[in-house]
Design a protein around this ligand. Structure first.
Ligand SMILES: Cc1cc2nc3c(=O)[nH]c(=O)nc-3n(C[C@H](O)[C@H](O)[C@H](O)COP(=O)(O)OP(=O)(O)OC[C@H]3O[C@@H](n4cnc5c(N)ncnc54)[C@H](O)[C@@H]3O)c2cc1C
Length: 504
């Protein structure tokens, strides 16, 4: 056989391409796999540990996830965890921090408590942390710059002792290393090899063109991030879709401020995750705040060029105008976009950003943070021209002819093994190969949840006491709201009396 002929050729050695190579090598009888990457190393772009938030998204602290969405996300997220544990990658690739979603103010607190009840079955380790408890585990959430307790009620709902954080760049390297170790399968990685074209051959299979030479394959999977759709369009596929590159930047604190991940309640109207604070595993635990969300007219961050590729992939027409018009006519989205633009403008950026981040750490000052130069990436959001809307999640074009194109905005790193499984099944069926589902499920699918270790009684008491305080507040001030008068400063009253009652 021609040495440049592969059964499957994967374009892109980010985490999606590498996870697919690993699953094909380990769980199928496919014998020859090639991975082509245009840069000099694997995971150079969005998968790199500096480009993303390093979070395994289970759906417990992401307040925009419904229970049904979280139950799917959790399954694929657990695959990441199981892979890392199977290969003994603890504290090299996968790390454990406490994590929580923080509710601030009455409405958010009530929302979080209700959400916790709804999600408890799916996430039995979820705990409710009131202000007093937060003082011990995440004190910066509670005190302002003068050392006083913040006036609003807050609640943290999260867990301790779970795997939360991944160096997705390093994980990608391990996928390739472990794929290459599989006996009876040849996995070839070609770096500095940019795919310029993919041609369908009359006699079957594909010719893949790069600057230096041609490769041949029975099937091709394009996991080229923002460039997947660019290559799909070149072949005449996915013309009803366009890519909207949403850049995400971060701000880094000058010293460690948080012990774990702190997410916020998300405005459901906004298409991107609310700002959060995370200990950065590549920066000795310094707190990284972000990401911001800015439309950027290029497909890759911190790399030259790709402006033209952006315009080609956007394929500007009246449908795009309609999508933008629909988005921009909503004032919440308009303000969000404008604010995120200002987060990139020197002088204004830090001042504005600190204002938002103070919702997490009330004492945060402009001198505590700096713009994290070299951090961040691009989320290739997909625009559906037929439906005239912005698609929020990932998108995959399976042509049914042996070529697949994947577009993977967040949480694409978390779902890499789940997405790869979907493609493995399709590829095996197309090529008449066998997928060893039993071994796959045994090694990568979570069977039983760990039993809850939490003191249920204490948790129930926290919930009912926080609720009682909110209800007392509503009763007291209901009249004023109805009268249209200004609501008296409920939070003028000290936060603590109800706690004294409970403690004594
Ligand atoms: C700011 C930000 C925060 C995020 N946070 C999280 C998070 O906390 N958790 C999470 O799960 N996800 C997160 N994500 C999403 C996650 O990073 C991506 O979904 C994931 O890395 C996508 O991996 P990928 O392999 O599909 O794409 P990429 O990592 O972009 O890799 C694509 C690869 O294809 C290569 N390539 C492109 N064109 C060609 C070509 N023509 N020939 C050869 N090679 C080519 C590129 O060089 C690149 O290596 C975040 C993303 C951003 C931007």
């Amino acid at each position: 056989m021609n040495t440049d002929h592969y059964e499957i050729l994967i374009v892109g050695a980010g985490i999606s391409g590498a996870a697919l190579a690993y699953e094909l090598a380990r769980y199928t009888d496919i014998k020859r796999i090639a991975v082509l990457e245009k840069y000099e190393k694997v995971a150079p772009l969005n998968t790199n540990g500096k480009a993303n938030s390093q979070t395994i998204h289970f759906g417990d602290i992401e307040t925009n996830y419904t229970v049904s969405k979280a139950s799917i996300t959790k399954k694929t997220a657990k695959m990441v965890e199981k892979y890392c544990l199977q290969h003994k990658l603890e504290n090299e690739v996968i790390f454990s921090h406490q994590k929580m979603a923080l509710g601030v103010g009455d409405r958010e607190v009530e929302f979080m408590l209700e959400r916790c009840e709804e999600f408890k079955e799916l996430f039995p380790n979820l705990q409710v942390w009131d202000k007093t408890h937060l003082k011990t585990i995440e004190p910066k959430l509670v005190f302002d710059e003068n050392g006083n307790e913040r006036p609003e009620t807050i609640v943290g709902i999260g867990s301790i002792g779970e795997w939360t954080t991944v160096d997705y760049g390093r994980m990608t390297e391990t996928f390739i290393e472990n794929a290459k170790k599989e006996p009876d399968t040849q996995v070839d990685l070609f770096l500095n090899t940019r795919v310029t074209d993919i041609r369908k051959l009359h006699e079957g299979g594909y010719q893949i063109e790069t600057a230096g030479k041609h490769y041949f394959a029975d099937s091709v999977v394009v996991n080229a991030g923002a460039h997947s759709l660019f290559l799909a369009h070149k072949m005449g596929y996915g013309l009803d879709f366009a890519t909207l590159p949403m850049a995400g930047s971060f701000y880094m604190t000058n010293q460690k401020m948080l012990n774990g991940k702190v997410y916020m309640v998300q405005n459901p109207k906004l298409p991107f995750a609310a700002l959060h604070g995370d200990p950065d595993i590549l920066e000795h635990g310094l707190t990284r705040f972000g990401p911001t969300a800015l439309v950027l007219p290029k497909l890759e961050r911190y790399k030259p060029g790709t402006y033209l590729d952006f315009w080609k992939t956007l394929n500007f027409d009246a449908n795009i105008v309609t999508i933008f018009y629909d988005l921009l006519k909503d004032s919440d989205i308009r303000n969000y976009i404008f604010r995120n633009f200002l987060f990139e403008v020197p002088y204004f950026n830090k001042r504005l950003f600190v204002k938002d981040a103070r919702k997490i750490i009330p004492s945060l000052s402009v001198d505590d943070i700096h713009y994290a130069e070299g951090f961040g990436g691009v989320r290739p959001q997909v625009l559906d021209k037929k439906e005239r809307k912005l698609m929020l999640g990932e998108a995959s074009i399976n042509t049914g002819e042996g070529v697949i194109f994947n577009m993977t905005p967040s949480p694409g790193a978390t779902s890499c093994l789940g997405n790869a499984k979907r493609d493995v099944i399709n590829l095996c069926s197309f090529l008449g190969k066998t997928f060893d589902l039993e071994t796959f499920e045994h090694e990568l699918v979570e069977e039983n949840l760990t039993p809850s270790q939490i003191d249920e009684k204490l948790q129930a008491r926290y919930v009912s006491e926080i609720r009682a305080e909110i209800h007392a507040h509503e009763e007291k001030h209901f009249q004023n709201i109805n009268d249209g008068q200004k609501l008296p400063g409920y939070w003028d009253k000290p936060y603590s009396p109800w706690r004294h009652k409970r403690d004594h």
